[in-house]
Design a protein around this ligand. Structure first.
Ligand SMILES: Cc1cc2nc3c(=O)[nH]c(=O)nc-3n(C[C@H](O)[C@H](O)[C@H](O)COP(=O)(O)OP(=O)(O)OC[C@H]3O[C@@H](n4cnc5c(N)ncnc54)[C@H](O)[C@@H]3O)c2cc1C
Length: 402
């Protein structure tokens, strides 16, 4: 049997960053991760960091590689009616910007740093039960990898003072909390009638900043990971099958949706990764009961149109690291008592922004011509009014107080 102060479930950005921040405050933790190190370091996901996320990473000593290879962006383009309209962040937000730096790279930086600092990150170790949340002696049962195999060795126990489930939308933290009647867990969800087909391609980006395009054929996003790697997305039906999307069809469809009056040319290159992601909004409350806490995607999901998921995970664990330190070191429970409420204010703001961007930029198959005209009217308003553009800009770079 092993013991630690904080048992963290999940080595995504939330779990790893929490472990790092706690270490810097002198608090011991163990991170249990069901998947292999190789898998978590190469899982393609987010790439757009708010100013506040960049600040947290820099302040905690994780900014070096990000500042060397990340791309600072000062705006985005909204493309519709065959024209592009730039939203300029610094002039609309008092000088703020965002950073393009892939989640895979943040996870690599965090894993390397935790291991260099002697941190315990147990890969291929799946948490199978979280017990004693309502007691002073919580316990995690986990199944570590048998030698040379994946997770599945004999079950072990990890005793701790606190459990933080950073185990994503499909983890065991939220179901465990939901099964405790005294927690009074409430959940809100919305599924959208479309999904994103995302590709990673070995081709230089065809633009300097992200392009969010609304076209009558559906939404498309042009993003990038580096000066030689592009990340592109297409709106597809939720039941779309990758087998129906050979590379040429993807490029043709992207080209059609980015079409513009002017000289834009979409560069094509080898596609190295393809996936389909459903679009969902989800929030649960409270995010803590007794000694069990939730953070990141375990507690909330946003459709990726607003680029908020990773940023919310970072803001949850930043709050939690301070709150847990005050509680475990100073005996002051005010931060942990207030954690859920403070996190949820920001989460609902991001939920609203992500919903707004999603509805405005996607073509709902059930929508009629009236709905389509309303979406275009909203986009034209943003393109022509500094006040409307400022609403998009300040939410995109991240509101510091909500
Ligand atoms: C296509 C796509 C694009 C996105 N784009 C953006 C973007 O531009 N900007 C942005 O901010 N966000 C974006 N996101 C969202 C972002 O990737 C997530 O919000 C982020 O990964 C959340 O981090 P997390 O640590 O909470 O959860 P996760 O990254 O999901 O990590 C959870 C971890 O827990 C592990 N786990 C689960 N169950 C167990 C268990 N029982 N025992 C042990 N380990 C377990 C999992 O294996 C996983 O490694 C995007 C997401 C997708 C899918």
């Amino acid at each position: 049997m092993t013991r630690t102060e904080v048992a963290i479930i999940g080595a995504g950005p939330a779990g790893l960053l929490l472990s790092h921040l706690l270490h810097q405050r002198g608090i011991d933790s163990v991170v249990l991760e069901a998947r292999s190190r190789e898998y978590v370091e190469h899982r393609q996901r987010a790439g757009m960091l708010e100013q506040g996320t960049v600040d947290v990473l820099r302040a905690s000593g994780l900014g070096d590689r990000m500042d060397r290879v990340g791309l600072v962006h000062h705006g985005i383009e909204l493309r519709f009616d065959r024209r592009g309209h730039r939203i300029d962040f610094p002039s609309l937000t008092g000088g703020k910007s965002v950073m393009v730096y892939a989640q895979t790279e943040i996870v690599k930086d965090l894993v390397a740093r935790r291991l260099a600092d002697g941190g315990a990150v147990l890969f291929e170790s799946e948490a199978v039960a979280l017990e004693g949340a309502e007691s002073d002696t919580p316990l995690v049962r986990f199944r570590p990898a048998a030698a040379g195999e994946g997770a599945g060795g004999p079950e072990q126990e990890l005793r701790c003072d606190v459990i933080v489930a950073c185990d994503g939308y499909h983890g065991i933290g939220r179901p465990t909390l939901a099964a405790l009647p005294a927690a009074g867990l409430r959940m809100w969800a919305r599924d959208y009638p479309f999904a994103w087909l995302g590709v990673l391609a070995d081709v230089a980006p065809s633009c300097d900043e992200l392009i969010y395009a609304r076209h009558e054929r559906g939404f498309a996003l042009h993003s990038m990971r580096s000066p030689s790697v592009s990340r592109l997305y297409l709106q597809v039906p939720p039941d779309a099958d990758l087998a129906d999307w050979p590379d040429e069809r993807i490029w043709d469809e992207l080209e059609a949706r980015f079409e513009v009056d002017g000289d834009f040319k979409l560069g094509r290159g080898p596609i190295t990764e393809k996936s389909i992601t459903p679009m969902r909004s989800f929030v649960c409350s409270p995010m803590r009961h007794g000694r069990l806490f939730l953070a990141g995607d375990a507690a909330h999901i946003v459709p990726p149109t607003g680029a908020k998921g990773l940023n919310l995970a970072v803001s949850d664990v930043t709050l939690l690291a301070t709150a847990l330190t005050r509680w475990l070191r100073g005996g002051d429970p005010s931060g942990v008592d207030n954690y859920s409420q403070a996190a949820l204010r920001r989460i609902w703001r991001a939920e609203h922004f992500s919903y707004l961007m999603t509805r405005m930029l996607h073509v709902d198959p059930a929508a009629d011509a009236f709905d389509h005209q309303l979406a275009l009217a909203q986009l034209r308003y943003i393109a022509s009014s500094a006040a409307a553009a400022a609403t998009i800009a300040e939410n995109y770079v991240g509101l510091t107080s909500v």
